[in-house]
Each structure stands twice: as C-alpha cells, then as structure tokens.
Design a protein around this ligand. Structure first.
Ligand SMILES: Cc1cc2nc3c(=O)[nH]c(=O)nc-3n(C[C@H](O)[C@H](O)[C@H](O)COP(=O)(O)OP(=O)(O)OC[C@H]3O[C@@H](n4cnc5c(N)ncnc54)[C@H](O)[C@@H]3O)c2cc1C
Length: 379
C-alpha cells in the first residue's frame, strides 16, 4: 500500500494540470491514467483549442480566463514549450447572434480590448471571411489557440520533474473513503491518499453517480479542410473564429500546422450512451454539416477534406462546469469542466483543484460551478 497527500484520477486536461500544481507546491501526489497522456479517446485531442478572454457564455468567466492565460504563459516559461499561439479571436454572426452580443457584453463589463466590425470590415481585415452582409462581429486581439496534447504531456512531465508519481495505462476501479483518507483501487494496486481529485472527464459518472442524470455525453466531429486559397488562412491573416448562423454555431482555427483549416459545429452532437462508445467514425453527414458554415462564411476554405476526428463533450444542462467537493465525502473533489469550452481554463482549474484537495478555499471564484445548483432532481 502506498500513501500520498493527494491522488489524481484521470490525467487529461484538468487532472494533468492539478497534478502539476500539487507537485510543484511540494505535495506527495500520484496521478492515475487509463491510457497515455495526450491520447485520442476522451475530450482533449484534435490538435487545437481556442482561448479567448471576452466570454459570450457569461461575463463572470473573464477573471478565470485572465488567470488561465497567465498560467499558460507560466507553463511555457517553465517548460520551454510553445503551447499558446496568439492569433486574436473573431466572433461573427447574424443580427442578434448570442456569440457576438454576449462577447460584447463581457468585453464592456471587463474593459477588454475589442473591435466591433461590420461584415465589410471583417472581410477587409481578414479576407478569408466573406460573411453575409447583415452579420456583425467582434475581434479580441488576446485570443488564440492552445495545443492540447502538448499541454497535457507538458503538465505531466513537469509534475514528474517535481516528484509526482504516475501510473499510466492503469484503470481506477473504485474510490472508497475510510477513516483516515480515501482508498483508490486500480487494476494492479490499492493507493491511499488524504484526498482524491476525480478528473475523469466523460467517465465522471462512473465515480459520481449523483451527477449522471445531469450530464450528457455527446459526439462532436472535427473536420480539416485544404483551403482553395491557403495564403488567406495562415495564423497571421486568420484568427481563431466562432461563427453563428440562424441554424448552427461553429468554431475553427487557421492552418497553423500545415494540416488545413480545422472547423466543427458547437451544437449538440449525437448523444452517446457512455464514454466508451466514442468511435472515430466521422461520416459524410458530419462533413456536410461542417461544410454548410464554410460555404456560408468562409468559401475559400471550403476545399478538399483532409481528415475528420470525433471527440466528446460532457454537457451540463446550463453548460456551466462542475467543480466541487463530493456530496458523499468532502475529501473527494469532482471536476467536470467541459460543456465544450473547458480546455482554455485547464491551467487555472489545476490551481483550483489543488486548493480544494488540500482543504483550502479557492482564490478563484468558482461559485458558478457548484453541484447544488442541480437540486436533488434525479432525471
Ligand atoms: C471537439 C472538441 C472541441 C473543443 N473545443 C474547445 C475549445 O476550443 N476551447 C476550450 O476551451 N475547450 C474546448 N473543448 C472542451 C475541452 O476540450 C474540454 O473541456 C476538456 O478537454 C476536458 O478535459 P477533462 O480533463 O475534463 O477530460 P479529458 O481530457 O478527457 O480527461 C479525462 C481523463 O480521465 C481518464 N480516465 C477516465 N476514467 C478513468 C479511470 N477509471 N481510470 C483512470 N483514468 C481514467 C481518461 O482516460 C482521460 O484521460 C472542446 C472539446 C471537444 C470535444
């Protein structure tokens, strides 16, 4: 039996960041992952994730996004890796699009640098975008993209450098409170820890059945396309983008890696019975859905398909995260920060989870993410 201050179950985006934060503060910590860091079976693969400060979902996310940006830069300084590329972020949509109005509200409330753009302004400034003439947009210069697989591997490597132990290709089968702590049973051993962080993404329902009725796991398909005009979609000419039409909302990335322009729908995909049901089965219907937005707003990017990949969102009913102590035992910290927009916050959520696991109040405001907002409803 091995004893730790904290055990972290799941080394995806949130777990790897928590492991790093705990190890770098000098705590005895172990991280357990059923696959390898940076794998493609969960919610954190596919080459890129958007980071933006002005937050259409709700202005209260802005302070968290600011802290996340600082913490990504810290990780880059410590590791020497380039995890963040600043391209600016363009949000555009039809009159009344919530992506634009919500982002504008957040920018104004938090005094963030931004430009409001007409359709003609958008094309003048970013010629790869030819949006309908009644659309408007907002550009925020501090937005950009993160490399998720590299970020996760870097968190794990840096945690190990600071003394963290890891168990890869090891599945956690049970988490059981006992008098002095929590026992984590894997397929090979039993680990004891003072507290446990459960950051198992789409698998969180396996360890927190009380959350299951409130979470929906959905299959989201990403497509990479060869642009007809590649020079319009390099990171210096094409920001990361979020586009909202009357019947879809899409996001995407410039061709920063020579793999094409990547884009996907943010609307709810096929609901999966469980996380283990995700398959890499992008099909012509998925491709057609993604192409609709390209045809409408970025016709020069709507070239040959290079590849499709499927990934999972774990959605709450209000699309806000779950970050809280377990109602079963406060020494178990539950983290399900997804709903399709959690990655950018992983760097700061690692800090939050470390505090909660050590019995400290978080210095970041996480009141929006409490489990009790779901009430006792069980369906
Ligand atoms: C297609 C797509 C696009 C997205 N775009 C963006 C974006 O642009 N910007 C943004 O901010 N967010 C975005 N998101 C959301 C973001 O990627 C997620 O919020 C984030 O990656 C979730 O991280 P996680 O740590 O909760 O889950 P994961 O990274 O999936 O980690 C969970 C880990 O737990 C492990 N695990 C599970 N069960 C066990 C077990 N029993 N034993 C051991 N290990 C276990 C899993 O193997 C996995 O590694 C997107 C998500 C998707 C799917």
């Amino acid at each position: 039996m091995t004893t730790f201050d904290v055990a972290v179950v799941g080394l995806g985006a949130m777990g790897s960041a928590a492991l790093f934060n705990l190890a770098s503060q000098g705590h005895r910590v172990v991280g357990i992952e059923q696959f390898e860091p940076g794998h493609d079976k969960g919610s954190s693969h596919g080459e890129s994730r958007i980071i933006r400060l002005s937050y259409f979902e709700h202005p209260s996310y802005v302070p968290l996004a600011r802290r996340a940006l600082e913490k990504w830069r810290d990780l880059e300084r410590l590791s020497g890796e380039t995890i963040l590329t600043v391209t600016g972020a363009l949000e555009a949509g039809y009159p009344g699009a919530s992506i634009v109005s919500g982002s504008l509200e957040a920018a104004r409330q938090h005094d963030l640098t931004h430009d409001v753009l007409s359709a003609a302004d958008i094309t003048r400034r970013f010629p790869g975008f030819k949006v309908p003439s009644d659309w408007t947009g907002l550009f925020q210069p501090e937005g950009g993209l993160l490399r998720p697989e590299l970020a996760i591997r870097t968190f794990v490597q840096q945690a190990e450098r600071h003394g963290a132990e890891t168990r890869m290709n090891t599945r956690v089968l049970g988490i059981e409170p006992f008098g002095a702590g929590i026992r984590v049973r894997t397929d090979t051993e039993v680990i004891e820890a003072g507290s446990v962080i459960v950051a198992t993404g789409a698998w969180i329902g396996d360890f927190a059945p009380e959350l299951k009725p409130h979470l929906k796991i959905t299959r989201q398909v990403l497509g990479w396309f060869s642009p007809f005009e590649p020079s319009l979609f390099t990171p210096d000419r094409c920001p990361v983008f979020l586009l909202e039409s009357e019947d879809d909302a899409c996001y995407g990335f410039p061709d920063f890696a020579g793999t094409g322009v990547k884009t996907a729908s943010h609307r709810e995909g096929l609901v999966l019975p469980s996380a283990g049901d995700l398959a890499q089965d992008g099909n012509p219907e998925d491709e057609a859905q993604i192409r609709r937005m390209l045809a409408l707003a970025m016709p020069d990017a709507n070239g040959p398909l290079r590849q499709m990949r499927a990934c999972m969102y774990t959605r709450t009913p209000d699309d806000d995260f779950v970050i809280d102590l377990s109602p079963v035992d406060p020494r178990i910290v539950l983290a399900s920060p997804c709903s399709g927009h959690g990655f950018k916050f992983a760097s700061v959520i690692g800090e939050v989870l470390a505090d909660l696991a050590l019995g400290r109040a978080s210095t970041n405001d996480i009141s929006r993410f409490q489990i009790r907002r779901f009430g006792s409803r069980s369906a």
